[in-house]
Design a protein around this ligand. Structure first.
Ligand SMILES: [Zn+2]
Length: 295
């Protein structure tokens, strides 16, 4: 309802901004993880803003008037795709956005998952660093299309970043290597680590489904608690952007401990433990490794 009100007010909100269009048009990313990738590739050549802020939830974002302004003057819009930002198409259209639209996950081999007995696409592809390499290619191409004069600089930064991502991927493999197959189990509050689990051979269980707006039934919770006990899972992880209530209850009932915060769909605020994409991967891996060793 709030969203509709904002979109109805659109002409009045956006019109004055067009008259004041700034010389360096910003690149808009839908959420903080993508914004970080764009900042690395864009360097000083482009100002970057994120619609959903650090610690915010991109599944259920309510666009604000400021988002319309941001998109109306943006040169590039970078979104994840794979159904993550259900609110995006309407917002882009309403804002009159006319720049280059980049779907970062467009060349990813998407995984599917079952939610409420339906097969749906899992949008959290960035949790596999090999997919991030594809994200960076898409971002690089989009920036070069919008600013062809800076294409060489984008290409150079993107190549250096891809090497860093590949190095982080190798570090994760090495960090998890001592953990035997039977201990490779993680329980999280929100089902956001499917790609991570597929990449590093970790079985995942989640309290909530793939989106953050559904509530599991009492029967689902009871099944999960039995599973935790049977599989000797010792820790329940809560992503920073989700409510800890259900995870706390499951931890209490199953005898597992509540693990430290991990980051799935949002970075931490600057200066926090996961304020870049690569620091997020390392932070999560360190927490998961410690918990799995105790399983
Ligand atoms: Zn998510």
């Amino acid at each position: 309802m709030k969203r509709r009100t904002i979109l109805t007010l659109l002409p009045a909100l956006v019109a004055p901004r067009f008259a004041l269009a700034q010389p360096s048009r910003p690149v808009v990313a839908t959420f903080s993880i993508l914004a970080d990738m764009v900042r690395v590739v864009g360097g000083d050549d482009v100002p970057v803003t994120s619609l959903v802020p650090p610690d915010g939830d991109p599944h259920v974002w309510e666009p604000r008037p400021a988002d319309l302004h941001a998109l109306a003057v943006a040169s590039v819009l970078v979104e994840n795709g794979l159904g993550l930002e259900g609110w995006m198409s309407r917002l882009a259209q309403a804002s009159g956005f006319q720049g280059v639209r980049v779907v970062a996950a467009e060349s990813v081999a998407a995984l599917t998952m079952t939610e409420s007995a339906r097969r749906i696409t899992d949008p959290h592809a960035w949790q596999d660093p090999r997919n991030a390499l594809l994200y960076v290619r898409a971002i690089e191409a989009g920036l070069a299309k919008a600013l062809p004069g800076r294409a060489a600089a984008f290409a150079q930064r993107a190549e250096a970043y891809r090497q860093e991502i590949a190095e982080t991927d190798r570090w994760i493999e090495k960090t998890l290597a001592p953990i035997p197959a039977e201990k490779r189990r993680i329980l999280t509050s929100h089902d956001a680590f499917g790609y991570y689990g597929a990449r590093y051979s970790i079985a995942l269980r989640a309290v909530q489904g793939i989106s953050t707006d559904g509530e599991p039934s009492a029967r689902d919770i009871a099944t999960l608690i039995r599973q935790i006990r049977r599989e000797h899972i010792c820790a329940v992880f809560v992503e920073t952007m989700t409510s800890p209530r259900l995870a706390q209850m499951v931890a209490k009932e199953s005898g597992a401990v509540l693990g430290p915060a991990v980051y799935s769909d949002a970075l931490s605020a600057p200066g926090g433990p996961a304020d870049t994409y690569l620091r997020m991967l390392r932070h999560n891996t360190a927490q998961f490794a410690a918990a799995m060793a105790a399983n």
